[in-house]
Structures are given as structure tokens and as C-alpha cells.
Design a protein around this ligand. Structure first.
Ligand code: FES
Length: 647
């Protein structure tokens, strides 16, 4: 037929088009996002696609057959000047001549970074909220006294199909100069909010501007992590992190809230501190990549509710007690200059919605990244910090809660505990007979009983135990009978092993007899029992709401989760029984969710709709929380079985 079938990958969208339609037009009509800055003039090179080889619609398609038009003069000129990689075509020039499978290449780096789970081959499609549009504007005409900005707007609407288009106020001052500098050819950055169907010119450059950036930032209570991302290729061009300077006002969230309550200028000081640190991080990523601050046009932030409020300049006092009222729960859309972030004057800001008074935009970002709402299986997503934020559900229904785990999992409140850093014990094994330990520290590949271990750790020494190390040592102590089901260290073993040491009425386990001496005390075991009981009780409440006895998959988000061994987490009963192969650590999933929202405005809508539907459970108000908590103090649990663990 003269209406060949065209299939776009990876989206799978397809349609029939008259022969001679450009691939870019076909993509547009199907809603497949293909970047284009020059508007089809074969000059920006952003619209590259590949013809996929293989069988499709009864044809054998190879890159050389005639289902796509041969390279024309403009495309050849681009290929010569700018180097078009082998196999790539400019979709604005190449036309459809027969049935085709078109691959829209997604930058390899984004896929590595945004999609860690290569197993499910999920590919992030881009569709950023800020887009560059090149236009050639008619010169002024005395007989048609239409203003320069008005002609620019009219031309943008004509070439780029915007129904409603406005311009930011700050554009007015420069529009005439820029139009003349560019000899009536300019590139506009357009911010498009689909929901409001409002497009605005937010920045303007003379001539062809072919690069624009955005930042994705996760504001944690202890660390802030930032990525600088190309809005045109999706590539992460630089990343940086810093500790949250608000730590000097209070180690944990509640102490920062009380600081605000006690000090009249506390809120202002903390807002300033976090914004300054973010500004420093912007310096770092721009210097490292050579990108100008003014080329940053969009910024996405995620944070827990208290960090979220302090960053936005909102007093977090209401979050300090019931009913934990958020000033704003929906997504926040603003101008970056309102927060004085020092980006392009027109740069936009987007903050993901908060789920509840202590389940924040960071948990929303983790949800967006892991996507329980996109699948049928019952998925548990846990982000462990000082509070554990927990989301459980599937495409039909999602429930969420937070649980007060305290800082024990981060190594605080533990006698030899420390943050994960070189020198910290992270892996532990205990011989079931002799009760002798061996361990590994961060920064060395060797176990403590292997030759060369001393030399390997000479630089740092063995300094303490980090969160994952504590989980392992306590689980190993349990498995080797040093502690009982109720978490008591068995003093009678002191007769058998010099590792068991009496201290008053309780006993400790000597893990490393060095400088410092590293022991696991009865109090340490208690602290972990309390933390894990809180986490489990919260999870159990959500499972009851969902009416399920087990979960199909578990995702551990956050730094703690990325080092923890799922087997040990289950031995201790931090998480419910689950097929071990379905338990995985997903690293900084909150940062990933932020990048997704930066690169694709549809993800913004998706998470806004999802968060509205999530049912929030307030653990403090649930009568059964206490009961679940008490059962969960036992290892792994007093009442709930772990059949998968037995296997
Ligand atoms: Fe710019 Fe094709 S759209 S080169």
C-alpha cells in the first residue's frame, strides 16, 4: 500500500503514514518524543533515529533497503560537518518509503543511570517540560505594526504548534536585542505545562542554541545529592553530593523542628543554609562539566516533608506533632529565582508531591522509580533513614506509612557504630562451632582472616561497624546461638569462648580486639531489635490493610538498603517473608525518581495522580501497631513464619 506501517521502539507505538512522510512527523503524530531544536532544518542533529533491522510485517528489513529515503543533500551536509554516527539518520529529513521499525535511541548513559535493573529492560522515554525551539522570525514591517515579541510568538506557534503561548516578563527587556543579534533567527526555551496547556517562553538566545540542562536533587536530612542532566540527550553530565549543613542545628529531623520552635530566626537560618549548600553543589556540577549556570533551565527537587518545607521556606512546626499537617502536599511548581538558586532567570522549579505528614516527596520519587503502581505483583518499597518510609501495593491499590525506626540502622545509638566509611566493618561471619568471627571492612576486599588483611587496612584501621555490618553481626550471632530468639546474649557461652564477655549483668560479643575494641553489647542488640520491630510493625499494618500474608517483591531504597544483604535482613525479620531473589537494593531511587520527573513531564503527572490515590496510614493511631511491634521484637518474629528462609 502507499500507507506503510511504522513501528517506533522502545515505546511500541505504531501507525500508517503516506509514503514521503518524514519520520519526525510520524513520531509527532503518534506522540513519540523525538528531540528537535531546529524544527526540521537538518542543522541541530537532535532528531537522530535508527532503522531497526529484522522481520516486520512480513518484510525482511535491513539498514540498506529502500524502506527509508536515501540520505538527501541537507542530511549529507550535516553528516559531513558534524559526524552522524554510523546507522543514524536525521528523522526530520528521512522519509517513510515502506514498512519500518524505527528505534529512538535513548542515551546509553541515561539507561545505565535511570534504569539500574537491566533485567526488566525498562527504558525511560524523554519528554522534558523545557524544550528548545529554533525559529526564523519575519523582520519588522512599518505597514504591519506588530511588535517583535508578538511576531516571535506567532512564528513559534506556527512552526511548533503551540496553541497558547505566553512569554515571561523578563524576556521583554532583551527580545529586540536578541532578535537583531541573531539576524531574526533565535532559539527560545519553552516551558510547557500539559495539565494547564500553558506554554511560556522562558529564555531566548540569538541563532541556534543546541544545549540546555536541568538539575535533579535529593535533599536528605544528612546528605544532599545532585545531578546535572542534559535536557536534550538525557545524559547525566556531572554529579555531586554534600552533607546537609542543617546538621549543625540538629542531628535528626525532630531536633531541627524544635530548633525552629525555640529560635525566632531558626527557620530562616535553616532555609538559607540548605539553599546555600545547593548553590555550592550547582557550582560544583557546573565547574566539573563546563556548563554555564544560565544554561540550566529546569530543576527538580525531592525531600522528606521537613526538608521539603525548610527548603521551600515553610515553617515545619506543624509537622512536629499530630495531625502532622503539611503546608502543601501537591507538587510545587515555581520559578527557580524565587528561591535565588542562581540559574537562568527563566528557570523553572518542580518539587514532587508529598504523600503524607511524614512520608515525603522522596518516598514519592522512590515510588515513581520502582513503580509498584505500574504492576500486578504486591511490591513493598522501603526507604530506611531515621524514619522508614514504606509503600506497599500494586496497580490496584497503594498504601503508605512511616515508622519510627530511629537512627540505629545508620550506626547511631550503637556502641561501636559509625557511618558507612572506609574502616567500618560491613560484612561479618561467625563460626558456628568456635564462635570466632571474620569480617570485612569498607575499602578492602580481604576478609580479616586472609593474609595481607592488616596491610590492606593499614591506612584506616578498623574503626567501627556501619549499618549493614550491624545487621550481619547480629544475624550471625543469632544463627550461631550466641543470642536467643528474644535477643539475649547467652552468658553461659563465656565458658566456651573468650569472645563472650560479662559486663555487669549482661554480656557482650567481642568482634575485634584492636584499637579501638569493637564489641556488640546487649544494648546494641536491643537498639536493633527496636528499630527492626518498628519497621516490621509498620510493614505489617500495611499488609493487613492490603489483606495479604506475604509480599511478592521487596525494594530497599537509600544508602542503608544498598549495602544490606537481604538474607540477613530476613533472618532478623526486618522485612516479611519473601522469595529472596525478589528482594533487591535499588540504591538512590529517590534521585532516580527526581531524574525521571526532570526528563519526562508525563512522569510528573503520573506521580501526582498516584500520590493522590495512595492511602495514608498513621502508624501512631493504629491500635494494632503496638501488638505487631511486640511480636517483631523476637528474632525473626514471635508469630509470623518465614517459610522461604527455611528453604
Ligand atoms: Fe534538527 Fe532534525 S530536527 S536536525
Amino acid at each position: 500500500t502507499d500507507h506503510p506501517l511504522v513501528l517506533f521502539m522502545p515505546s511500541g507505538k505504531r501507525g500508517r503514514f503516506p509514503k514521503g512522510t518524514t519520520v519526525l512527523d510520524a513520531a509527532r503524530q503518534l506522540g513519540v518524543y523525538v528531540e528537535s531544536v531546529c524544527g526540521g532544518r537538518a542543522t541541530c542533529g537532535r532528531c537522530q533515529i535508527e532503522v531497526q533491522e529484522g522481520h516486520f510485517a512480513k518484510h525482511k528489513i535491513t539498514s540498506s533497503n529502500a524502506h527509508i529515503s536515501p540520505v538527501g543533500p541537507k542530511e549529507a551536509q550535516y553528516a559531513e560537518k558534524r559526524e552522524l554516527p554510523a546507522g543514524r539518520r536525521l528523522s526530520c529529513s528521512a522519509t517513510i518509503e515502506g514498512d519500518l521499525v524505527i528505534d529512538v535511541p535513548q542515551d546509553a548513559v541515561i539507561n545505565a543511570q535511570v534504569v539500574r535493573k537491566d533485567a526488566d529492560n525498562r527504558v525511560i522515554e524523554r519528554h522534558p517540560a523545557v524544550h528548545l525551539c529554533y525559529v526564523e522570525v519575519p523582520e519588522p514591517d512599518m505597514h504591519k505594526p506588530l511588535g517583535d515579541l508578538d511576531r516571535l510568538k506567532a512564528q513559534l506557534q506556527k512552526d511548533w504548534g503551540y496553541r497558547r503561548l505566553e512569554a515571561d516578563f523578563h524576556i521583554l527587556g532583551d527580545v529586540q536585542k536578541i532578535l537583531r543579534e541573531g539576524k531574526w533567527a533565535v532559539t527560545a526555551a519553552i516551558h510547557h505545562d500539559e495539565e494547564e496547556d500553558a506554554a511560556r517562553i522562558i529564555a531566548l538566545w540569538p541563532g541556534l542554541k543546541n544545549e540546555a540542562y536541568g538539575i535533579a536533587c535529593d535533599i536528605g536530612s544528612t546528605t544532599i545529592a545532585m545531578h546535572l542532566v542534559s535536557l536534550l540527550s538525557g545524559r547525566v553530565v556531572a554529579s555531586a553530593g554534600a552533607s546537609n549543613p542543617q546538621i549543625r542545628f540538629g542531628e535528626d529531623l525532630m531536633s531541627r523542628v524544635s530548633y525552629v520552635m525555640m529560635n525566632p530566626d531558626g527557620r530562616i537560618a535553616m532555609t538559607r543554609a540548605v539553599r546555600q549548600e545547593i548553590s555550592k553543589l550547582i557550582d560544583k556540577v557546573t565547574v566539573e562539566s563546563g556548563v554555564a549556570r544560565t544554561d540550566i533551565l529546569d530543576a527538580v527537587f525531592v525531600a522528606n516533608p521537613i526538608m521539603h518545607h525548610l527548603f521551600l521556606g515553610i515553617d515545619p512546626t506543624e509537622l512536629g506533632g499530630a495531625p502532622f499537617a503539611l503546608a502543601v502536599s501537591g507538587a510545587v511548581k515555581a520559578h527557580a529565582h524565587d528561591l535565588r538558586l542562581g540559574l537562568n532567570p527563566g528557570a523553572r522549579l518542580y518539587v514532587l508531591p508529598c504523600i503524607a505528614g511524614h512520608v515525603g516527596a522522596d518516598a514519592a520519587a522512590v515510588t515513581l522509580s520502582e513503580g509498584p503502581h505500574r504492576q500486578d505483583q504486591m511490591m513493598l518499597v522501603v526507604d530506611v533513614g531515621t524514619n522508614a518510609e514504606i509503600v506497599l501495593g500494586n496497580r490496584k491499590r497503594l498504601v503508605a506509612a512511616s515508622s519510627p525506626t530511629g537512627p540505629a540502622f545508620e550506626g547511631a545509638e550503637i556502641s561501636s557504630g559509625q557511618r558507612a566509611a572506609p574502616g567500618a566493618i560491613e560484612r561479618v561471619r561467625i563460626d558456628r562451632q568456635t564462635l570466632e568471627p571474620r569480617f570485612r571492612v569498607i575499602g578492602s576486599e580481604l576478609w580479616s582472616d586472609e593474609p595481607g588483611f592488616k596491610e590492606a587496612v593499614a591506612a584506616t584501621g578498623v574503626t567501627g561497624i556501619c549499618g549493614s555490618g550491624i545487621i550481619e553481626v547480629i544475624a550471625e550471632m543469632y544463627l550461631s546461638g550466641i543470642i536467643s530468639e528474644d535477643g539475649v546474649i547467652d552468658g553461659s557461652l563465656a565458658a566456651r569462648s573468650s569472645r563472650i564477655i560479662g559486663q555487669g549483668r549482661t554480656f557482650s560479643y567481642l568482634l575485634h580486639d584492636g584499637e579501638p575494641r569493637i564489641t556488640v553489647t546487649q544494648n546494641d542488640v536491643r537498639a536493633i531489635q527496636l528499630a527492626k520491630a518498628a519497621l516490621y510493625a509498620g510493614t505489617k499494618l500495611l499488609m493487613e490493610k492490603q489483606g495479604v500474608e506475604t509480599v511478592d517483591a521487596i525494594r530497599f531504597a537509600g544508602a542503608f538498603g544498598s549495602f544490606i544483604d537481604p538474607t540477613y535482613a530476613m533472618v532478623l525479620g526486618l522485612i516479611p517473608d519473601c522469595e529472596l531473589e525478589n528482594v533487591s537494593a535499588v540504591g538512590n531511587a529517590a534521585g532516580t525518581g527526581a531524574r525521571m520527573a526532570l526528563l519526562n513531564r508525563r512522569y510528573r503527572r503520573e506521580i501526582e495522580e498516584t500520590v493522590r490515590k495512595i492511602e495514608k496510614i498513621e502508624t501512631a493511631l493504629e491500635p494494632k501497631f503496638q501488638e505487631h511491634f511486640v511480636h517483631a521484637m523476637a528474632l525473626p518474629n514471635k508469630v509470623d513464619p518465614y517459610p522461604k528462609l527455611a528453604e
